[in-house]
Design a protein around this ligand. Structure first.
Ligand SMILES: Cc1ncc(COP(=O)(O)O)c(C=O)c1O
Length: 445
């Protein structure tokens, strides 16, 4: 290895070590093709530096404990995952079966979405939120919400650009932005703000150089909802600082007392304009229609932002199987079907069981009556009798696995401000949830 290459190699390794992907990209970009070709075989780890630069997956320890409990023959109740237990509605399965039998659907799909799926998504936006969109220019079909979320940064961020993530948050906003070479600015939300973003926390050094800001309401893991005013604030902020706003509305149809209006679309904000607001909103059919395994969603946004995502997808995938798109269209057209109303009622029953039980063991729940939307209950761990303070969430979650064979997720894995909070999922059958709560009420803290 020549001196230049050795120096470069050191800079790249240092950047990976410091998890500073933008330095890594800057260093990599100074390789010339001939230098790269002349370099000897790389003897280091198999994983690319961009993967090594990702933060470690903090929940491995919990997964190991869960597996060990199962291997030990314990009757484990997993309230850690957000994967609906209820089946996909029959009318969706029927639409899929019909479309799957159609030979024309066996070929490559319409990558950006079939005309019918895009029309159904546009109808959904109009009927559900009163937002009028042009299906061709403003919508793209995605392979579940995660596909769109994970690929957007590659389309709109340059290495070294900033991406703002309010935490605690779904981890993909940060990891996908990091994989695209961005500098990820994690800005913590707090219980005092109801786990909602505070734009006053964004310092000039964060704002300078940032090009993307992520939002997610109803939130995973917090369940916090956003009103139209919050979206308006985000869009104005984005406009003022030339930052693209990406909002994840994966849980739009799981709402309780507040009804539909408690979960608005960002595109309902007064100044929102699909032609001029550089923003995008991700929708998913996974949770609304119990379709996590089917992999379908869509994004609605500014034509250039949608165009960037389409171009990335062109290079990475070939779209969603047309028969699944047909099923997705059928689902979206019946988003107010009794099956969906029934699903919401069931989640509400489960939420109340969980909230009552958690109160009984001394947890503080925010809001006190439980989440207004979403599939998670977000609670503060009970007070540890030996310290007089709420338990650390790692200890609490481990105790629940060890002593009750109930799996939940520690807030500490999401944000410092959530170190004594935990997430409990409502996606297990009601009798199992009841059983889990019974077990918890027998524990001593
Ligand atoms: C907030 C949030 N967004 C997006 C997703 C991705 O869902 P899917 O890819 O199944 O649409 C999840 C999954 O858990 C999530 O919690």
């Amino acid at each position: 290895m020549g001196d230049d290459n050795r120096q470069l190699h050191r800079a790249v390794s240092k950047a990976a070590y410091k998890r500073r992907s933008h330095i890594y990209y800057a260093a990599m970009s100074s390789f010339t093709p001939s230098e790269t070709a002349a370099a000897p075989a790389f003897a280091g780890p198999i994983k690319s530096l961009r993967l090594q630069a990702l933060p470690p997956f903090l929940f491995n320890a919990i997964d190991d404990k869960k597996r060990a409990a199962i291997a030990a023959g314990k009757d484990v109740i997993n309230l850690g995952v957000g994967d609906p237990d209820r089946p996909t509605p029959q009318f969706v399965i029927d639409a899929m079966a019909k479309a799957a039998a159609e030979p024309a659907n066996h070929q490559y799909p319409d990558c950006y979405g079939t005309a019918d799926f895009l029309a159904a998504a546009a109808e959904f936006m109009q009927r559900r939120f009163g937002v009028k969109v042009d299906p061709k220019r403003h919508i793209v079909a995605t392979i579940g919400g995660k596909d769109g979320i994970a690929h957007l940064p590659l389309g709109v961020l340059n290495p070294g650009d900033g991406a703002i993530v309010f935490t605690p948050a779904y981890p993909v906003y940060a990891s996908a932005s990091g994989l695209a070479g961005a500098v990820v600015h994690k800005v913590e939300m707090t219980p005092a703000s109801g786990w909602r973003p505070e734009f006053s926390r964004l310092t000039p050094s964060i704002i300078r150089g940032s090009r993307l800001l992520w939002l997610n309401h109803p939130g995973n893991p917090t369940g916090a909802t956003a009103d139209v005013a919050l979206y308006e604030q985000a869009l104005r902020f984005g406009r003022e600082h030339s930052i693209i706003v990406a909002s994840d509305l994966a849980y739009s149809e799981v709402y309780f007392e507040g009804g539909q209006a408690s979960v608005p679309s960002m595109w309902q904000a007064p100044s929102a304009d699909l032609e001029s607001s550089r923003a995008i909103e991700f929708h998913s059919l996974s949770k609304t229609f119990n379709m996590t395994g089917w992999r379908i969603g869509f994004a609605v946004g500014h034509p250039e932002v949608i165009g960037a995502l389409k171009q990335v997808k062109d290079n990475y995938d070939s779209g969603v199987f047309n028969a699944i798109q047909a099923a997705g269209a059928a689902a979206l057209r019946r988003f107010d079907d009794p099956a969906i109303v029934d699903m919401r009622s069931e989640y509400r029953i489960r939420r109340d069981i969980a909230v009552d039980g958690l109160h009984a063991i001394g947890c503080h729940i925010a809001p006190e009556t439980g989440p207004e939307a979403g599939i998670f209950v977000w609670g503060q761990c009970p007070v540890d009798s030996s310290t007089g303070k709420p338990m650390n969430s790692w200890r609490f979650v481990e105790k629940l696995i060890d002593e009750a064979a109930v799996v939940t997720v520690p807030g500490a894995g999401f944000a410092e401000t959530a170190s004594d909070w935990f997430r409990l999922s409502l996606t297990r059958q009601t009798p199992r949830l009841r059983e889990a709560i019974d077990r918890l009420t027998r524990l001593k803290f």
